[in-house]
Design a protein around this ligand. Structure first.
Ligand SMILES: *[C@@H]1O[C@H](CO)[C@@H](O)[C@H](O)[C@H]1NC(C)=O
Ligand SMILES: *[C@@H]1O[C@H](CO)[C@@H](O)[C@H](O)[C@H]1NC(C)=O
Ligand SMILES: *[C@@H]1O[C@H](CO)[C@@H](O)[C@H](O)[C@H]1NC(C)=O
Ligand SMILES: *[C@@H]1O[C@H](CO)[C@@H](O)[C@H](O)[C@H]1NC(C)=O
Ligand SMILES: *[C@@H]1O[C@H](CO)[C@@H](O)[C@H](O)[C@H]1NC(C)=O
Length: 360
């Protein structure tokens, strides 16, 4: 008995360190999109009414230097059908509700967004799931919202941003959130947003161009250097866009913080921690990007992300071909990207789809 359980622990660790994952009875091209967004009109209006967005040229809505595209659930489902996406876990994109600074209006808008997500799930069961929107940086209201989303609404997990009105992942103010995520073993999707100083650094260009990938790295680095990730290492966290600039900067950070003046950490610990996250493929399927992720050692921790509607459907429908064209991923890795890795950390989705676990 004890030998058996030791063996299964060892097997689990071995699988965990290479591929993510359990296996579920879906076809090899079944795809679960973990990075795709809903943008209801009342959210767009809230952005505009609070002075955090403006209408330019009659129709386009701009917020924080980026276009907030038109969206409808019907168009979303149609795009999923066209692009071979079987299931989408919707989340709120930047700027989230952080522009309301965690005040009561933030909690109110958050609740409305989550209730709306629930309606979409009810409309399209089997196609649509959700990551909980949080009214951060209001931690108390966010804790309440997590319980509501998971217990009452049956969401797949929780959505976070790299920072919330300047409060970065790793900030000790967010420890109660991490405590709850850890205690309840909830999977977290982390979307990038802009740093508070974005106007000073973007040179007038759209912040998503390079600020999003850098803010992702900033959050990942902060999670290490504050010791937060080490304390909550079992929370499944999905970072967007292949981890932003992580694959390129990981070693630079790891070897720099080895020096006593910068903390005296072990570079192996830094790199191991960085490789312990999951990463989605949204706008990260070019050959150099996939090669960087592969060389970094996280091919087994990738998940499908389309970033619809911020990227139009016809932009993202080439993803499977691009991933196949890279040529160095095994069929097992590609199935992991398509759905197996996401299903491995989203038990609510597995249950809703009525899937069976084949092995783990
Ligand atoms: C404004 O919108 C019109 C059509 O709606 C388009 O033809 C024109 O190029 C746009 N102008 C700018 C500056 O984006
Ligand atoms: C949000 O506030 C509005 C009034 O501004 C109110 O009508 C609505 O019921 C509130 N929604 C929630 C979920 O509290
Ligand atoms: C996608 O569709 C839009 C609008 O229909 C079009 O302007 C654009 O050229 C298309 N892009 C690609 C890559 O096909
Ligand atoms: C946490 O959830 C994952 C799936 O997301 C599961 O594989 C793992 O066994 C769970 N761990 C605990 C301690 O419940
Ligand atoms: C997976 O297995 C479950 C339980 O046996 C079954 O109900 C379901 O139809 C299967 N799904 C697929 C896609 O094969």
């Amino acid at each position: 008995m004890s030998t058996m359980s030791t063996m299964s622990t060892i097997t689990f660790l071995l699988i965990f360190s290479t591929l993510a994952t359990a296996r579920f009875n879906v076809t090899s091209n079944f795809r679960v999109d973990v990075h795709t967004h809903f943008i209801p009109d009342f959210y767009r209006e809230a952005l505009i009414n609070s002075g955090n967005a403006e209408i330019r040229n009659g129709t386009e809505v701009w917020s924080e230097g980026a276009i907030i595209p038109k969206w409808s659930i019907e168009a979303q489902i149609e795009t999923m059908d066209t692009n071979g996406i079987d299931y989408s876990v919707l989340s709120l994109s930047a700027p989230g509700v952080a522009f309301l600074h965690g005040n009561p209006a933030a909690a109110n808008l958050t609740r409305r967004l989550n209730d709306y997500l629930f309606e979409l799930m009810e409309l399209y069961p089997g196609r649509i799931g959700a990551f909980c929107v949080l009214p951060l940086p209001n931690v108390e209201a966010a804790l309440e919202e997590i319980e509501y989303c998971m217990d009452t609404l049956g969401f797949a997990g929780v959505g976070l941003f790299t920072n919330h009105d300047g409060v970065y992942l790793g900030d000790s103010n967010l420890d109660p959130i991490f405590d709850l995520l850890s205690t309840r073993n909830l999977t977290t999707f982390v979307h990038p947003t802009v740093p508070n100083c974005w106007k000073d650094v973007t040179l007038g260009y759209a912040p998503p161009l390079i600020e999003f990938p850098f803010d992702t790295m900033r959050a990942i680095m902060n999670l290490f250097l504050t010791g937060t990730r080490a304390r909550y290492q079992h929370i499944n966290m999905i970072f967007s866009h292949g981890g932003g600039v992580l694959p390129f900067l990981a070693e630079r950070v790891a070897y720099t913080v080895e020096r006593p003046a910068f903390g005296g950490y072990r570079s192996e610990d830094v790199l191991d921690q960085f490789k312990g996250y999951f990463f989605d493929t949204a706008s990260t399927v070019s050959r150099p990007q996939l090669a960087a992720l592969d060389e970094f050692g996280v091919a087994g921790r990738l998940m499908t992300g389309t970033d619809y509607p911020f990227l139009p459907g016809n932009f993202t429908n080439g993803y499977p071909a691009a991933i196949a064209a890279y040529g160095k991923f095994t069929e097992e890795v590609i199935e992991g990207i398509n759905s197996q890795n996401a299903l491995s950390v989203l038990p609510v989705v597995v249950e809703k789809l009525g899937l069976e676990i084949l092995y783990n």
